[in-house]
Design a protein around this ligand. Sequence first.
Ligand code: SF4
Length: 436
Amino acid sequence: MSLQALREPVTGRSLRSVRPKPDTHAGSKAQTENQVPRIGKPPARALPRFPVGDETRAFYKRFYPGTTTAEWNDWRWQFRTRIRDLKELSRIFQLSEDEHAAVSRHEGPLPVGITPYYASLMGLNDPSEPLRRTHIMTGAEFIRVPGESDDPLGEDHDTTVPGLVHRYPDRVLFLTTGTCSTYCRYCTRARAVGNPGGEYQFSPKQWEQALAYIEAHPEIRDVLLSGGDPLSIADEKLDWLLTRLRAIPHVEFLRIGTKMPVVLPQRITKDLVKMLKKHHPLFMSIHVTHPKELTPEVSESFARLADAGIPLGSQTVLLKDINDDIAVMKPLMQGLLKRRVKPYYLYQADPIRGSSHFRTTVEKGLQIIEGLRGHTTGYATPIFAVDAPGGGGKIQLAPDFVVGRDGDDLLVKNFEGGVYRYPDPGGVLGADKAAR
Ligand code: SF4
């Protein structure tokens, strides 16, 4: 089935006709973006029965009076009701002067975007609250420091056809869309997301080019769908793409990178998981930031995905004064594992332009790994990595537990700081360190 032939079930229009149209200012951009998933009356069977946390319920009764629980739990309602401008932000949040000025000044990609559900978890009166800091811009975003760039990972350099990054030998990054349900202020692809009509375009025509490239390269056995957020794409369209990828004999493994199960958990409908299940082996990497995100709603979205046999891994960006503390990171990692999500990667924040207020030292990341390793279940300890600026790829970093060598004995330190000997005749590891 060609993409052109795939019809939209609600309207009967060709999917090509729902491509976002270019526009130039933030207000109309918000409207255009909100049209990306098909809006309309969902079939009754698609309405999820999600739990609603107590604070979230109080929030929506206060700020969205008259909204029914069914509407609140409808991801399409959440998506089209996203908080996108200063007026709506000011209605809900007590903005600081700094936030107010920054939102007024901002233009271009990475606009404000917050689902009502995710806003319900934020501090309404506290600009220092962690989740709020990750989504409402401040003046610090306009400060540029050396070493920062728009494309710190050099993805554009490794882009083989538009939207397809081929850096590693056997796998590709497939950028499917520029749309997310929420926009994170530290986004690595800040240059490309939330900006329909801008420099970076995402369209079915590009998908065809990317598919043709993958078909022509038998060494590609692993495709990671990312963006933007691939789960902002309507089910039928995503099903079409996954089906096409699955039909390529050498593609063994599909992955989806997403933040939706956390910021818009209602997106994980029973229809979605039923569709995803058809495309195994399909893995999912879920972007999580803070234990505050682990609500009853998110527990439900994770459970639905896990019950569909989708292996779940997490990705967390280390963020200064937000989660760069073992007292925050440990309950986050343990909470994920409890919900069947394997903590997978902890990333040093990428040096995108205007991100210095989010970045912390690499030592801090190593200290967090040291605070997890041995102190909690090994499964709850993620890999710590720096994505090397300039396109070097992910480089794993780990605390050094080798303290020295004494003849044929390697001296190693355990998680409590005790030093032990391991018989290692013929080895040289540790010889360059003073034996203690
Ligand atoms: S959800 Fe992902 S792609 Fe979207 S803004 Fe956040 S980090 Fe960027």
